[in-house]
Write a protein that binds this ligand. Structure first.
Ligand SMILES: N[C@@H](CCC(=O)N[C@@H](CS)C(=O)NCC(=O)O)C(=O)O
Length: 231
């Protein structure tokens, strides 16, 4: 059984998708990020960066294995199941590049765009424009890749699962996909998969959209180091 530390956000969906696609048995631990569950010592022991997703795999020889960071989790689960990953060394380094691209580029830029669209005080035009531009730049990277093949690595797999969630919410971020027809097609194909539908529905009722913002929740949006020092 896998313990899955989760909240219904794009970063959480990445792993929910893989768990649903692969058929692994898991139990979800729902975190309330707005209330600060990510800073509890028992969670920090699993995820020292104080962010979800994270997993603990209990079906292993010896001590359970805990994994944080979505790219590492997806790599671990693809290796464990032999599903949705790749088989040879040449492909593996290619896959790793696309996973690192997502966690180092598309994800953070989309996350910052989401912050300026949904949570920042009014009138932060510089930040909004900067991250919208970066979000669109990453869409262009994906568009170019998908001009060559239907999925990021050719066949549907963890590179698609990691990149899909922030594209899934493009309209909510105020970015229509008209200029990115291949990305738009790819998004439709993935969105329709039954496992993806189930993943997006996972604890949807506890989504916190619009309730927290930079003014009313400094714990979430203006953290600094205070919650982590000495832990
Ligand atoms: N690079 C991380 C990003 C994870 C992340 O940013 N998670 C957010 C939710 S979408 C989180 O846990 N936020 C809690 C906080 O910032 O305190 C990954 O890909 O796993």
């Amino acid at each position: 059984m896998i313990d899955f530390y989760y909240a219904p956000t794009p970063n959480g969906w990445k792993i929910a998708i893989m768990l649903e696609e692969s058929g692994l048995e898991y139990r979800t631990h729902l975190l309330s990020l707005g209330k600060g569950d990510q800073f509890k010592p028992e969670f920090l022991a699993i995820s020292p960066n104080a962010k979800m997703p994270a997993i603990v795999d209990n079906d292993v020889k010896g001590d359970p294995i805990s994994v944080f960071e979505s790219g590492a989790i997806l790599t671990y689960l693809a290796d464990k199941t032999g599903q949705f990953g790749v088989t040879d060394a040449r492909q593996r380094i290619e896959l790793l590049q696309w996973l690192f691209w997502q966690v180092g580029n598309q994800g953070p830029m989309a996350g910052q765009l989401s912050h300026f669209v949904n949570y920042a005080p009014e009138g932060q035009d510089y930040g909004h424009k900067r991250y919208r531009g970066e979000y669109e730049r990453n869409l262009a990277v994906l568009e170019n890749r998908l001009a060559r093949q239907n999925f990021i690595m050719g066949d549907y797999g963890i590179a698609d699962m990691i990149a899909f969630p922030w594209v899934f919410i493009a309209k909510r971020l105020g970015v229509p996909l008209d200029e990115f027809p291949r990305v738009s097609e790819w998004r439709e194909q993935i969105k329709g998969r039954p496992a993806v539908v189930r993943a997006i529905e996972l604890h949807k009722d506890s989504q916190n959209r619009g309730k927290d913002n930079a003014q009313n929740n400094p714990l979430l949006f203006n953290q600094g180091a205070a919650h982590l020092k000495g832990k």
